[in-house]
Design a protein around this ligand. Structure first.
Ligand code: ATP
Length: 134
């Protein structure tokens, strides 16, 4: 099967540019899979795990924290707010971010920005999942 060109780009840098046989990504309405010859598509993403596989090798993962995916017949471009390859994730930092967000949501101080705390929790969970620790 012909390959896809997968690019993952953040405002800071090009995180990944590689050939892939398939890509799955966290669309706001659920995970979606893209194979070569996919119909043209643009969809918003939520925080979660992008998985891609290269012909003959194991699937690899990245954490993303929202953005957009554009798919065409032979390419997938992910424009993400943040994106980290699994191997670049600082697991301890993500654990601490998760604990901070959970504590805020549990204790609910009067000035709590709930949406912000929930978004921070989802980013931390995505990083832990991509790193394979939750
Ligand atoms: P924290 O509270 O730990 O800063 P955060 O979710 O608020 O986490 P972001 O604002 O999403 O952090 O990201 C800021 C920058 O730090 C981005 O470049 C992102 O890729 C990077 N980053 C955040 N958390 C991690 C992590 N656990 N491992 C590696 N890079 C991270």
């Amino acid at each position: 099967m012909p390959a896809l060109m997968l690019e993952v780009i953040t405002p800071e840098k090009i995180v990944l540019k590689t050939e892939a046989a398939s890509v799955t990504a966290p669309g706001i309405q659920g995970y979606l899979g893209v194979l070569p010859r996919h119909a043209p598509l643009i969809t918003p993403l939520k925080a979660g795990v992008v998985t891609y596989s290269r012909e003959g090798s194991e699937a690899e993962r990245l954490a993303v924290s929202g953005g957009f995916l554009e798919a065409g017949a032979d390419r997938v471009v992910i424009l993400a707010d943040t994106a980290e390859k699994a191997t670049d994730i600082d697991v301890e930092r993500a654990r601490q971010a998760k604990e901070r967000a959970e504590k805020r949501l549990r204790e609910r101080p009067a000035n709590l920005d709930v949406a912000r705390a929930e978004a921070a929790l989802q980013r931390a969970l995505a990083r832990l999942k991509a790193a394979g620790v939750c």
